[in-house]
Design a protein around this ligand. Structure first.
Ligand code: CA
Length: 232
């Protein structure tokens, strides 16, 4: 029995009913909010484990809701957008959303994204308990104190940039990080013109940590958006 609490923020009844039915069959609990104001109230009072947020609401822009929630909470937010443009997804992710789905989406896709988000919650709370200085994910291990990276028993030699990049993705496991965000965090600036060099560093990093660099299992590419470290 899955007891996670999900807040569905969606003004379109057909879509919120579809999501609600899907969640119900999987044993999730949920509340539905149809406006931005209701969403902010529910986010605080219902204390959901994950928010599924429609970007186009009648009273507020979804991106503003993300910014407000991020002012006090790190809870996972999965954005659902009818708008196909990457710029909407990117501004939602830059505002602090974890992930995105584009309408129309499949029920399986929604459930998969939800599992990723819930794993992040569990991992975050476990991490708080352990205050660990070692990151473990499958065969990948980062010893933050020593600044060493291992795949299995083998130590991997990374350049300082590759190491920063890997630590940033690891720290945000489960979350889609935009090109802008990564450039800002790793290089201290975010020029769109730097995205190609980010791609180059990502390729060399993958060659070192991925068993099959052409089919990455740790670092997922989101074309036109960014990258995400998956918990394997
Ligand atoms: Ca809508």
């Amino acid at each position: 029995m899955n007891k996670a609490k999900i807040l569905i923020v969606e003004d379109d009844s057909a879509i919120s009913n579809l999501i609600a039915t899907t969640l119900e069959t999987q044993g999730y609990q949920y509340h539905v909010a149809k406006t931005g104001v209701a969403a902010l109230l529910e986010a605080a009072s219902y204390s959901p484990d994950v928010v599924i947020l429609d970007l186009g609401l009648p009273d507020m822009d979804g991106v503003d809701i993300i910014k407000k929630v991020r002012g006090w909470s790190n809870l996972p937010i999965i954005v659902v957008s009818a708008r196909n443009e990457d710029s909407d997804k990117v501004s939602a992710l830059d505002a602090g959303a974890d992930d995105y789905l584009t309408k129309p989406f499949s029920v399986d896709e929604l459930l998969a994204r939800l599992r990723v988000a819930l794993r992040r919650v569990r991992y975050d709370s476990q991490k708080l308990k352990e205050e660990s200085s070692v990151y473990m994910n499958g065969d990948l291990k980062i010893d933050y104190a020593a600044g060493c990276v291992y795949v299995g028993d083998k130590e991997i030699h990374l350049t300082p940039i590759e190491y920063k990049l890997l630590c940033l993705l690891a720290k945000n496991t489960g979350k889609v990080l935009t090109h802008n965000y990564i450039l800002k965090e790793v290089w201290g600036n975010a020029l769109a013109s730097d995205t190609p060099s980010l791609r180059v560093f990502m390729a060399t990093l993958r060659k070192k940590i991925e068993p099959v660099p052409s089919e990455p299992k740790y670092i997922q590419t989101h074309i036109g958006v960014g990258y995400r470290m998956l918990r394997v």
